[in-house]
Design a binder for this molecule. Structure first.
Ligand SMILES: *[C@@H]1O[C@H](CO)[C@@H](O)[C@H](O)[C@H]1NC(C)=O
Ligand SMILES: *[C@@H]1O[C@H](CO)[C@@H](O)[C@H](O)[C@H]1NC(C)=O
Ligand SMILES: *[C@@H]1O[C@H](CO)[C@@H](O)[C@H](O)[C@H]1NC(C)=O
Ligand SMILES: *[C@@H]1O[C@H](CO)[C@@H](O)[C@H](O)[C@H]1NC(C)=O
Ligand SMILES: *[C@@H]1O[C@H](CO)[C@@H](O)[C@H](O)[C@H]1NC(C)=O
Ligand SMILES: *[C@@H]1O[C@H](CO)[C@@H](O)[C@H](O)[C@H]1NC(C)=O
Ligand SMILES: CC(=O)N[C@H]1CO[C@H](CO)[C@@H](O)[C@@H]1O
Length: 444
């Protein structure tokens, strides 16, 4: 009798242990992925880059030190030998019905067909996407793609805004364009492709892995796997070469609950870049709206405060804000930027200029005299607070040859700023972007 009881107790204990071990492993080590044999110590830091853009057919702005986005993405696919990993908010590439009016719209379909054929070239395709009703992703799955959906509504009440590629764990694309035919035709997009950069790719891939393991989950784990710990951040940035020019880089992420140990939050990255600026800060985003709109609207002060502080405390700093004037521009945006402008009246040594781009400029970046921040969000409270997105900070000494990422992005910003599409805000008149779009003769 005694020994029988003992037996039961031992069995129960062993069972408990087994369950515990299973739980620990599922919490800490979900990502039992094949290793590439590349480590933090021998990953590649001698990288090349190109800046990629999509400029809509009806916008007469020249590519300037940049190449067309589709050219860049096709080149990445040409280089893929083994694995293409893509995060995109949604998929809407195959849109032949629009091809009549817009020849460029065909580009989405062409890209889609390349994805379909990846498997036949022994290249695996892994996708993380937002809403799960995509017929295109179903087609890709039939052709061998692995697709994981992120239920951001349940996880953080937000959306997936992240948009990036990792190819063979060594080349990366990051930018404003998702896998949407409009991003290759009607939208003005900007991004960067970095080649032979397994160090940075390895770190970005940790964010991919984080999303990957959130499939089917409707809550955010309180402990992240050690493997998701960031490799680089503002205090320990990656020292690398970008086309022979020295640079420092790290990757940031949002929302806050998607930041495992050592991962920078986007908002911290933006703060650091603004803090480090000495002479100018140029910002190009579609919308500027420091408001949290979920139920009861609230003022979301974080970026607004960082800008105010920079304007007041940094003497002689020059800030330029390039926003878009389009159908969905919230009239409140104008009030907020006018309020910022008011801070920079004559007595204070700062200058804030604001211009509005006619139509949608989907770009999402900031460039200063020594750094760039390239992100997935507009500067809107809701996006930073609820949505998933990534950012990249690159810092460089500006060199004689103007060959740095920083210098090249400044040139792109100035091209847009000085173009016929960008107009200054009239001090006492809040424009109606909806009607401005219809009547371009009002655009003065
Ligand atoms: C990098 O280091 C790891 C572990 O030391 C090793 O297994 C791997 O072969 C190395 N890879 C390269 C490309 O040198
Ligand atoms: C960087 O170098 C690569 C390879 O030489 C070249 O193709 C690319 O255009 C260069 N990037 C820039 C921005 O000049
Ligand atoms: C792409 O769109 C065309 C036209 O709408 C359709 O006929 C075709 O089946 C679609 N291709 C795929 C793979 O979904
Ligand atoms: C602005 O700059 C001038 C010249 O550098 C300086 O004399 C003045 O005190 C500054 N004003 C403020 C408010 O910082
Ligand atoms: C670099 O840029 C500066 C100003 O933007 C310009 O004056 C200079 O000529 C450029 N240098 C080269 C080598 O293009
Ligand atoms: C556009 O503006 C012109 C001149 O201001 C005006 O005559 C015309 O009625 C406007 N058209 C529309 C559609 O608002
Ligand atoms: C590219 C993309 O999906 N952007 C979305 C990010 O999230 C906001 C809502 O918070 C959407 O309005 C954007 O369309």
């Amino acid at each position: 009798m005694k020994s029988q009881q003992k037996c039961i107790v031992i069995f129960a204990l062993v069972g408990c242990c087994a369950v515990l071990i299973a739980l620990i492993f599922s919490a800490v080590d979900v990502w039992g992925d094949e290793e590439d044999g590349i480590t933090e110590d021998n990953c590649s830091k001698k990288c090349q880059f190109v800046l990629v853009e999509n400029i809509p057919e009806d916008v007469t702005i020249p590519y300037k030190g940049t190449i067309p986005l589709t050219t860049g993405l096709h080149d990445l696919l040409d280089k893929a030998h083994r694995l293409v990993e893509i995060v995109s908010p949604f998929w809407d590439l195959n849109s032949t019905k629009n091809a009549f009016q817009l020849p460029q719209a065909k580009q989405g379909e062409i890209l889609f067909h390349r994805f379909i054929h990846l498997r036949s070239q022994s290249v695996n395709l892994r996708v993380v996407s937002g809403p799960s009703d995509s017929s295109e992703l179903k087609v890709l799955m039939q052709h061998g793609a692995d697709v994981h959906y992120l239920n951001m509504k349940a996880l953080t009440k937000g959306q997936l805004n992240s948009s990036f590629w990792v190819v063979d764990r060594k080349h990366i694309y990051m930018g404003s364009a998702g896998m949407d035919w409009r991003s290759f035709s009607t939208m003005k997009e900007f991004g960067i492709i970095i080649y032979d950069c397994s160090c940075l790719a390895m770190d970005l891939n940790k964010i991919f892995s984080l999303y990957w393991q959130l499939q089917y989950k409707d809550f955010v784990p309180s402990i992240w796997s050690k493997k998701l710990t960031a490799l680089y951040n503002k205090d320990k940035s990656l020292q690398l070469y970008l086309n022979d020019t020295e640079a420092k880089a790290y990757i940031s992420s949002s929302p806050d609950v998607f930041c495992p140990k050592d991962r920078m939050k986007d908002i911290e990255a933006i703060n650091r870049v603004i803090q480090d600026a000495n002479t100018f800060i140029y910002i190009s985003v579609t919308n500027y709206l420091p408001v949290l709109n979920s139920g009861q609207p609230k003022y979301w002060s974080r970026i607004d405060n960082i800008l105010r502080e920079a304007l007041i405390l940094k003497t002689h700093i020059k800030v330029r804000l390039l926003l878009s004037c389009w159908e969905q521009t919230d009239p409140l945006s104008f009030n907020f930027v006018l309020s910022l402008k008011t801070l920079c009246m004559e007595s204070i040594n700062c200058s804030l200029e604001v211009k509005f781009f006619r139509g949608i400029n989907h770009n999402k970046y900031m460039v200063t005299d020594n750094s760039v921040y390239l992100g997935n969000f507009n500067w809107v409270g809701n996006e930073f607070f609820f949505n998933a997105g990534v950012g990249m900070v690159i810092s460089q000494q500006v060199n004689e040859k103007n060959s740095s990422v920083v210098e090249k992005m400044k040139v792109v910003f100035e091209r847009d700023w000085n173009s016929q599409y960008s107009k200054t805000l009239q001090p006492d008149k809040i424009p109606e972007c909806r009607t401005l779009l219809q009547n371009s003769s009002d655009w003065k």
